[in-house]
Write a protein that binds this ligand. Structure first.
Ligand code: S3P
Length: 176
């Protein structure tokens, strides 16, 4: 590990790319705590993410998300798995890049669509979408979000690797 910025590693990328699983694997491997930003928000607000979207709208959720992300910049020795939209609002990418190392998991949209269709997690932004609507939504949002994700220090582009293999791809970059 090259320097103290490894104190905090942020995993970013679209919904469904496996950020939480990768954060857990990296945490185990590197002996760091793992924090899922959405879970952190839910514990702090005593509400689920879908409830927060319903009560405050997406704009309100983004404000809470930004506050919680800033709080995490004071945590030590953590791997943070961020929500798919977190990097794309306010100066959140700059906050993460200043506090640690950002890792973008860049999966092709077709694989994201397959994974999201199978996922059991309730996600307000895609709830009730048909397969075609979901594919269109992913293509459009990924296009908008790519410039933000692209500010990450490390980019990994898995295709059909296992989470374990993707973790090793990330570890290779961390050695550079
Ligand atoms: C969102 C992604 C979700 C969650 C919220 C909004 C997004 O997190 O933060 O539903 O805007 O992409 P995951 O990426 O963990 O699903």
């Amino acid at each position: 590990m090259k320097d103290s910025r490894f104190n905090r590693i942020y995993i970013v990328g679209f919904m469904g790319v496996g950020k939480t699983t990768l954060a857990r694997k990296l945490g185990e491997h590197l002996g760091k705590s793992v924090i899922d930003l959405d879970h952190f928000i839910e514990e702090r607000k005593f509400k689920t993410v879908p409830q927060l979207f319903t009560e405050h709208g997406e704009d309100g959720f983004r404000i809470i998300e930004q506050q919680m992300l800033k709080e995490l910049s004071d945590f030590d020795d953590v791997i943070v798995s961020t929500g798919g939209g977190a990097p794309c609002f306010f100066d959140n990418m700059e906050v993460m890049n200043a506090a640690g190392v950002t890792v973008f998991i860049d999966l092709p949209p077709e694989i994201i669509a397959q994974r999201l269709l199978k996922s059991k997690t309730e996600r307000p932004l895609i709830k009730g979408k048909t397969e075609t609507e979901l594919q269109d939504f992913i293509a459009e949002r990924l296009n908008e979000r790519r410039p933000f994700y692209g500010k990450s220090e490390i980019v990994v582009k898995p295709t059909n690797q296992t989470p374990e293999e993707v973790m090793h791809m990330i570890l290779e970059h961390l050695k550079d």
